[in-house]
Design a protein. Sequence first.
Length: 276
Amino acid sequence: MTIITLTTDFGHKDYSIAVIKVALLNHIPEATIIDISHQITPYNHSETAYILKNAFSAFPKGSIHIIGVESELTPENIHLAMEFEGHFFIGADNGIFSLIKEGLKAKKTVAINIHNSVVTSFPVLDVFIHVAAHIARNGTLEVIGNPIKEIRELTNVKPVINPEGNQILGSVIYIDNYGNVVTNITLKLFKEIGKTRSFTIFARTLKFRKIYESYSKAIDFKLPKEKREEDGKKLALFNSAGHLELAVYKSNPLTVGSASSLFGLDYRDPITIKFD
């Protein structure tokens, strides 16, 4: 069984996703196609990488992951196929690959070279599917591309440590379906820099001096319901992906609001942790 995942910023309004899936099944009838997300914010590389990096390892090795975010071929945006951690990734060299592997070494990366036989404005359909079909037939990457050693690196989405070693300067990389704000500050980095020191998290005018283990840990369930601080309670926690998240308990962007709207935070806004 061949598993192929799709991660794009195409949305669901247009016909694109349906056409891609039909083409995949025409080329790989035995394929199981799984949507990771088609609601990526357009051209958002760090959001794409965050979602795919935390999803791909749940799939069996040998899975093929097609990335349709800023995939148009240009001299500065070539197409890549990468074998990493037993998985195959197909997409553009726009920095997403570097964020997925996070400094680790890929087993093999090639610059796709089958474009001479294809004229297209829709590379996911006309190029990436052919590459996926080749890989599904146990074809080697060298047949469809030229090996390369360097890919585009995105460094401006990584947190920075100040020279004194008492601050982590991070930023917002993702806003989830509940409006919770996810940062690029990981639990691993927090422990490495903070050790056991007390801290304050700064997000615009807000300050957080405690990090909860989970959303429900922020609520004192020993109190009668009418005396609990539930609605609109702000909290910080490390989410299941190990990233610092700023949230509002039981938030709803469509009704009571969310961390993003209530805190006034958006993509790339600064988040700072200062240690005492």
